[in-house]
Design a binder for this molecule. Structure first.
Ligand code: TRP
Ligand code: ZN
Length: 473
């Protein structure tokens, strides 16, 4: 049965005199049926760069993804069970999904009507279910889907989504590629826990985020079950399928370090687990407690991707990482993965701090003073192409000002504070205040203004937001 929405009722009501009568009719007939007055959730959350990314009206608490991957890692057959809490009374809601074939969708155990347009999947549950999708209620959506997941080309030409490799595939999702392998609320503002189950031909490994819960082989196929307990933004989710050598070591503090290394780069990657342990211990001294229940890395071959990515717990590297890159991606576990940008405009909070971590590491280990790294960044024209807080477009999110200028902003705060203990206290306090959450540039500047005891107006005006290179670096 089709009911006119309030908006439709408004369109049909030509005169003001008619409107109350129509509303009374709508109210009367919905009341008679148990009374859902829900409205559709929005198709996006108005991210400044990706207005249709994410969806309104609900908040995902958990994804259970079960992927059956074929021998070539070209096709998958999958089920996503999405547990979410309604943040408004819902008559319908969206999921983000690109490519793939949706076989069936049910909400709260009942089939739902599905409509697809671009990367928007609109789900319209039946009346009885919609009546239950009230603000604050938790509901379950099951999407069965199949097909060959796509490689997505970003605005800046880089490739993400599902990337085929020599003996498998790797899924990378910054900023919007995760919708190529599972349906969901793909804006960084909606973090959730995950269970990821991947079944692959025997002899292959499937690695994901979090910790391995179980591995079972039967009938020539192996099922790997990974669990992420701490909240994770969907752009940080990964699956890597291949002939990886998977190793589990433990740091002195008892933190599991799980690495998956492509045999083709095994020799050059031999030191990776020990270096991770060392960098995590160093990071804890600088930034406070490591935010997750395991660490690690996935090391593929050069060419598997065009960049490294800070996938949660386990950054991905296309080839053996040098120490600087390892430091950068591990620093992201604090800056980006634990404290996640509220929108893609806040990207400098990720890259500025991860770059600053590299400068700190070089000072502590290679005798390169932070002042020297700062001076180099200051002298580099590429860092001044635009304000760190305002990349002109989606293609600019990974350009130098977001990294180098972002790091200079961090260092300028330190200079204005002129007290290293207080400065690192501010950084740790910031991470602790937003641990496992989201934060914006405005949150950061307000926090620093409040806690630094320094006047940072000039830092924000000229170094963060200004149009050109300030004098006196
Ligand atoms: N975050 C990655 C890093 O710093 C780089 C990156 C990959 C990126 N894809 C991106 C940055 C998309 C911005 C947007 O290691
Ligand atoms: Zn980075």
């Amino acid at each position: 049965m089709d009911h006119p929405s309030v908006a439709a009722a408004r369109r049909t009501a030509r005169g003001a005199a008619l409107l109350p009568a129509v509303l009374a009719l709508v109210a009367g007939c919905t009341a008679g049926l148990g009374g859902s007055v829900g409205t559709p959730g929005a198709a996006g959350v108005r991210d400044p760069y990706f207005p249709r990314l994410g969806n309104g009206g609900y908040d995902v608490t958990h994804y259970d993804l079960a992927l059956d991957v074929d021998a070539t890692a070209e096709r998958l057959s999958a089920t996503a069970v999405i547990t979410a809490r309604a943040t408004q009374d819902l008559s319908a809601f969206h999921l983000d999904l690109t490519g793939l074939e949706v076989r069936s969708v049910n909400v709260e155990g009942r089939p739902a009507a599905v409509n697809r347009a671009g990367s928007e999947l609109t789900l319209r549950p039946d009346r009885a279910v919609a009546d239950r999708l009230r603000t604050g209620r938790t509901f379950r959506t099951v999407v069965r889907y199949t097909g060959a997941p796509r490689t997505v080309t970003d605005a800046d030409g880089s490739r993400e989504g599902w990337l085929r490799t020599a003996d498998g595939a790797v899924a990378l999702g910054e900023p919007a590629g995760s919708m190529a392998w599972f349906p969901g609320n793909h804006h960084p503002g909606d973090k959730a826990a995950y269970d990821v189950r991947v079944t692959v031909p025997e002899g292959r490994s499937a690695v994901s985020n979090g910790e391995l819960v179980s591995r079972r082989t039967s009938g020539g196929r192996t099922a790997f079950h990974w669990r992420v307990r701490e909240p994770m933004a969907s752009y940080l989710a990964t699956v890597a399928v291949g002939r990886y050598a998977v190793r589990r070591t433990v740091t002195e503090d008892g933190l599991p370090v799980i690495t998956a290394v492509d045999p083709a780069v095994a020799a050059a990657s031999a030191g990776v687990p020990d270096r991770i342990a060392e960098i995590v211990a160093w990071g804890e001294k600088r930034f406070g407690p490591y935010p997750f229940s395991s660490a690690g890395a996935v090391v593929g071959r050069r060419g598997d991707a065009g960049y490294a990515l800070e996938t949660q717990n386990r950054p991905f590297f296309p080839g053996p990482p040098d120490t600087g890159l390892l430091v950068h991606e591990l620093a992201h576990q604090w800056f980006g993965d634990s404290v996640t940008p509220a929108s893609w405009r806040d990207m400098w909070l990720n890259e500025g701090f991860a770059t600053y971590a590299e400068w700190l590491w070089s000072e502590d280990h290679d005798g390169v003073p932070v002042e020297e790294s700062f001076g180099k960044a200051y002298a580099d024209d590429a860092n001044w192409a635009f304000p760190a807080s305002r990349p002109p477009g989606a293609a600019d999110l990974s350009r130098p000002p977001v990294y180098g200028r972002g790091a200079m902003v961090v260092h300028r705060i330190r200079q204005e504070m002129d007290d290293d203990e207080a400065f690192f206290g501010l950084v740790r306090g910031w991470l602790s205040a937003h641990r496992h959450g989201n934060a914006s540039t405005a949150d950061f500047t307000a926090y620093a203004d409040r806690v630094s005891g320094a006047d940072l107006a000039e830092v924000w005006e000229h170094w963060l937001d200004g149009g050109s290179r300030p004098a006196g670096g």
